[in-house]
Design a protein around this ligand. Structure first.
Ligand code: C5P
Length: 217
């Protein structure tokens, strides 16, 4: 795909969950399927962009025309994002684990019949917030916000806190995570645009059209 409104533009997308190891056989995870992020990468490629997709562990085929980099943990995702720069546009869709274990056990943790194991956690890097402060910050930086309550308030606060340009907010109190549809609100400095519930591939196409309108002048 070399033609289309995003021809020649470098687009970076993160997608999926991250897995944070507890020991060699166990991990901390979340319900993200990667579907929305993969659909966005596919839509961007179809519009002619040069797309790099940094994917956490998901069960999805690579969209055509997309360069995929597979990672497992948040720290691996941060390094892959760094290596994928520069980009004109970044869309951070991944549901990055907020915490990892402070040190994964080298051997499988065994039941002892006595004391329960205690998982000590450490905070993961905030990939989006760090990219916002990076000298190589993409000209358009889009974050996602999955919330279960006060969706718009949290999204507006997140826009300021993360230093990105847009937040795509959705209510995940239902079965959005892993599901096929998504109802989103696009929160920018100019206000809020709310879209009706749509299949994730249509959300992706609409979002990429809005992005192309914003960057192609
Ligand atoms: O703070 P919260 O996790 O709700 O923020 C969501 C947004 O930030 C998403 O765009 C997500 O991809 C990004 N994020 C990130 N690195 C983290 C946590 C979130 O890039 N460690």
């Amino acid at each position: 795909a070399e033609r289309g409104p995003l021809a020649g533009r470098r687009v970076l997308v993160t997608a999926g969950p991250t897995h944070e190891p507890i020991d060699p056989v166990r991990y901390i995870a979340n319900r993200s399927s990667g579907r929305q992020g993969f659909a966005i990468a596919e839509a961007a490629a179809a519009m002619g962009a040069d797309v790099q997709l940094v994917a956490g562990p998901v069960h999805l085929p690579t969209p055509s025309g997309v360069t995929r980099i597979d990672v497992e943990t948040a720290r691996e995702m941060a390094m892959a994002v760094d290596a994928a720069l520069p980009a004109d546009i970044a869309i951070m869709v991944a549901a990055v684990a907020d915490w990892r274990t402070a040190g994964a056990a080298e051997q499988k943790i065994k039941k002892t019949g006595g004391a329960l194991p205690v998982l000590e956690l450490a905070e993961n890097p905030d990939i989006l917030a760090e990219l916002a402060k990076d000298p190589r910050r993409p000209a358009l930086l889009v974050g996602f916000a999955a919330e279960t309550e006060n969706v718009l308030d949290h999204a507006q606060a997140k826009l300021a806190r993360k230093g990105c340009d847009w937040i795509v907010a959705n209510d995940v109190s239902g079965d959005v995570m892993g599901g096929s549809d998504n109802a989103v609100h696009i929160v920018t400095a100019d206000g809020v645009e709310s879209w009706s519930n749509l299949p994730k591939d249509q959300v992706a196409r609409k979002l990429m059209e809005k992005i192309a309108d914003a960057v192609v002048r």
